[in-house]
Design a protein around this ligand. Sequence first.
Ligand code: FDA
Length: 305
Amino acid sequence: MEKLLRNSFMFLSRNKTLTKLAKKYGFQFGAARFVAGDTIGRATKVIKELNNQGLVVTLDHLGEFIDDKQEAEKKADHCIKTIQAIGKENLHSQISIKLTSMGLDISEDIVIENMKRILKEAQKYNIFVTIDMEDHSRCEKTLTIFKQLKKEYDNIGTVVQAYLYRTVYDMDELNKYQANLRLVKGAYKESAKVAFPEKAAVDENFKHIIKMHLLNGNFTAVATHDDEIINYTKSLVKEYNIPKNQYEFQMLYGIRSEKQLELVIEGYQVRVYVPYGDDWYGYFMRRMAERPANVAFVVKGIFRK
Ligand code: FDA
């Protein structure tokens, strides 16, 4: 049953008609639990609240799968406005970007052009930019673009996914760039040809790449809600005396908020991934797929309206 629900949510997350309808009819179905509003004004309010609690943020202006050059440029303009808002309001926030929203499915040149504009603006305000990782078919292109940009800009990092077989080899290569990486399990539905199908193998690989990246001396963001992985990281940094400024924990907005604060109280840096914008539908459906138990919350949300 759980598997069926997961697959249904993943299927729904890729539906372009539903994405358009969701944009048109606005915030629905309890999305506010995971998405910080549809405007930068609302997102700013949420970030201030999180900052006041000792949490730092990475802000994502939602949007993916753009297949029109002008749309991608408009999206980049919006990211620039987001950066300016973060800078002017003095928020403790970085930004996260999906390359499909910058035109990855149109041409790599368009992405590079858009990303350079964003990175230049971000440099002015000393804001770090992370390229999110999307599905396996876009992994190679994303890493190639990251490496190209990293040669010119030092305020850029990216993400690798523990469920992919290729990740351990990618990390060897990324080590040459001293890449600032966010390590995650992986959120997309991938075939067993490219990804570990069993949770236990994903978790083992996750631990392996955390150790590898930290011991190579690189900045490591461990992005998970899983206590086993969090506890593993805590022991590892203690054992190897890894300095606090070389790692952080990251979690998604609306998920395990008490745990986030608990870690802050223990003295760890915790960054919350805060999505905002009217293109909330695909992101929301993936969160549902990860944990069908969230459906109960959503159902309550529907009945409250
Ligand atoms: P998993 O889903 O295996 O959950 C493990 C345990 O965590 C559960 O058994 C439970 O104990 C606890 N838990 C999880 N959700 C909970 C909840 N709602 N309430 C209470 N307990 C809960 N993916 C990707 O492919 N590309 C990307 O760029 C990113 N970026 C990203 C940024 C950040 C900051 C995070 C946290 C995650 C991502 N992800 C991602 C998503 C990631 O790949 C993964 O899908 C989710 O984080 C879920 O995996 P977990 O590691 O949290 O463990």
